[in-house]
Design a protein around this ligand. Structure first.
Ligand code: F6R
Length: 243
């Protein structure tokens, strides 16, 4: 595992964007596994800038997002479809047919998961998987208690996960379609990002304590090519020798 500790959110975002750009430069038809959320916003912004400066070309790249709420319409501003469209897809030269996101508006989630797995297999697997981490240790929407062998499926979200995005809205989706731990662990490279003091405790648990499915991100300790990019606040509880 390689650990980078940046001074702040901006620097973390730049390091993450450079890791993606390097991957795409070295392999223009890379398959990227994408995450959404607060943590990755700065990285997408930086990637868009790098694309505008013609430093990175997404024309042959394929992307697979980790997850989408269920049920949710793609035009819902809180959906990951909306997030990706506005923050990244509409601003770079990634072909529409090369962008994969689970459809949170499908009437047949089981079939949607089967199709997603089949598209992933056709793409030949993920070269670089980006991840954020939930305060409960989730990666993708693989919540505590997850089986390590899971692939794309419909899951129930923990209350705190729903609340974080939807507050106390009683019509909020309580499920999600998410790639599984097996999909993530099968990626050739994994890049985990975390920012802010509110992530310090879970980062310490995930990286320095025994692997347990009560902290899904702890499985990443076993990934052979893991980069962790933290800002100082998120790294605040790591024992000094880890830093
Ligand atoms: C989102 C995802 C989640 C987030 C995690 C952190 O696609 O898979 O695992 O990465 O919930 O979210 P933020 O960055 O909002 O703290």
């Amino acid at each position: 595992m390689k650990l980078f500790i940046s001074s702040d959110y901006r620097e973390m975002s730049v390091i993450a964007a450079r890791a993606v750009a390097r991957q795409v430069l070295m392999k223009p038809d890379s398959v990227l596994g994408l995450a959404t959320g607060e943590t990755t916003k700065g990285m997408y912004e930086k990637l868009v800038t790098m694309h505008d400066q013609q430093l990175v070309d997404f024309s042959a790249v394929r992307t697979f997002n980790l997850d989408e709420y269920y049920p949710i319409e793609p035009k819902d501003e809180r959906s990951f479809h909306y997030y990706m469209k506005h923050r990244f897809f509409d601003q770079v030269n990634l072909k529409p047919e090369n962008r994969f996101l689970p459809d949170g508006s499908t009437e047949n989630p089981k079939e949607e998961c089967r199709k997603y797995e089949s598209s992933l297999a056709q793409a030949g697997g993920i070269d670089l998987q980006l991840l954020g981490i939930g305060s409960n240790g989730h990666i993708g929407f693989n919540e505590p208690g997850v089986d390590w062998g899971t692939t794309t499926r419909l899951v129930n979200l923990e209350n705190q996960t729903v609340k974080k995005t939807f507050g106390s809205d009683s019509s909020a989706p309580t499920k999600a379609i998410t790639m599984g731990i097996k999909n993530i662990m099968n990626a050739s490279q994994v890049v985990l990002l975390a920012s802010g003091g509110q992530k310090a405790e879970i980062v310490e648990k995930a990286l320095t304590r025994p692997v347990t499915n009560e902290v899904p991100a702890s499985i990443l300790q076993l990934h052979p090519d893991l980069k962790i990019i933290l800002d100082e606040a998120a790294a605040g509880r790591l024992p000094k020798k880890e830093v």
